[in-house]
Ligand binder design. Structure first.
Ligand SMILES: [Zn+2]
Length: 335
């Protein structure tokens, strides 16, 4: 019993979401040498130097042993006398990420969004604009996954009256008020995401989604040790490890497998997980737009499945042609 790539392409059966959680490591993996204009992607432990905000941090005069930016920000946040400096810092961070741009040729971000369907979700911790830019340039032709922004995002604004989220700088379709930019920085040590009306809704949606997902992919998210609130929310959303039944858990990360297993062991149950060190080895890249069907065939029906790897080195014209045949099958099924 084997399922060929051709059979996989022609099969649409799964309505449950595949949920992808993106962290800074995903953007770093996509652009190790920087964005279109060479702007570097910071990680939390080189954030201050990469953004060139050493002077600001020095002026804050805080004594910290940590070089992790989230820790430093949390500390500044506790000091009311540093309020104006805090605002300056927030503006610097916002401007830095807002200036970033996807390169013109297809990137991991394009491959990622093209490889999921509209029933699927990408929840990102990243502030950079790459996910939104990828959705924008591929979304004219394809039905793409929906997105959640767990720490806010420079490309996103939301209606204060709760009607919608959309492009930063846009207008609400309901009440015609300008959309409000999202905050980017949260004092993670205080565990108070719930106080921010935008991100609290994003987290609530994610919590609900995780109850229904057939597969969860964690791509380059390395913060759970520090972000205790995030871990708590994920744990609650997932329920007790021993009470969950079948779903698959995949981690894409360059860190070594032992590190990752210990980080994620509270979530991973039995043998239903795999760890990949490259996006292109992942379930998503090998079963584009059919991750659920491949899951069903391999894990529920116990069949051998052939991979259908996305063409990672072709230009947009060829790439879109390749994905057209997948979407054509989806469109034909909707009657
Ligand atoms: Zn509105």
């Amino acid at each position: 019993m084997e399922v060929s790539a051709e059979e996989e392409i022609n099969q649409i059966e799964v309505g449950k979401p595949h949920v992808v959680i993106l962290g800074a490591g995903a953007s770093y993996a996509a652009f190790p040498n920087g964005d279109k204009n060479g702007m570097k992607l910071p990680l939390m432990n080189n954030f201050v130097e990469t953004l060139g905000i050493e002077g600001l941090i020095e002026r804050a005069g805080i004594k910290t042993t940590s070089n992790n930016f989230e820790d430093i920000y949390s500390e500044i946040h506790t000091k009311p006398e540093l309020e104006s400096l805090k605002q300056e810092l927030e503006k610097e961070v916002y401007n830095y990420f807002q200036g970033m741009e996807l390169p013109d040729e297809p990137t991991i971000y394009d491959h990622l969004v093209l490889s999921l369907r509209n029933k699927d979700f990408i929840a990102t911790f990243n502030w950079d604009p790459f996910l939104v830019q990828a959705i924008r340039r591929n979304g004219k032709r394809f039905k793409l996954p929906r997105v959640l922004f767990l720490h806010g995002n420079v490309e996103v604004g939301y209606c204060k009256n709760g009607h919608m989220m959309g492009n930063n700088g846009g207008i609400c379709h309901e009440c015609h008020q300008p959309l409000t930019p999202t905050n980017l920085l949260y004092p993670v040590a205080e565990k108070n995401y719930h106080l921010d009306e935008f991100v609290s809704r994003q987290w609530a949606t994610l919590e609900d989604l995780l109850k229904h997902a057939f597969m969860i992919t964690i791509f380059g998210y390395g913060a759970p040790v520090l972000d205790t609130r995030a871990i708590e929310l994920l744990k609650n959303a997932w329920g007790k490890t021993e009470s969950r039944n079948m779903e698959e858990f995949e981690v894409i990360d360059v860190r070594n497998e032992d590190d990752l297993t210990s980080t994620w062991s509270p979530f991973i149950h039995s043998h239903h997980y795999q760890i990949e060190n490259s996006f292109y080895n992942s379930w998503i890249a090998n079963h584009p737009r059919r991750t659920g069907e491949a899951y069903l065939n391999q894990f529920m029906k116990a069949m051998f499945i052939e991979n259908n790897p996305l063409p990672k080195d072709v230009d947009f014209e060829k790439l879109w042609e390749w994905y057209d045949k997948l979407q054509d099958v989806e469109d034909a099924q909707k009657t």
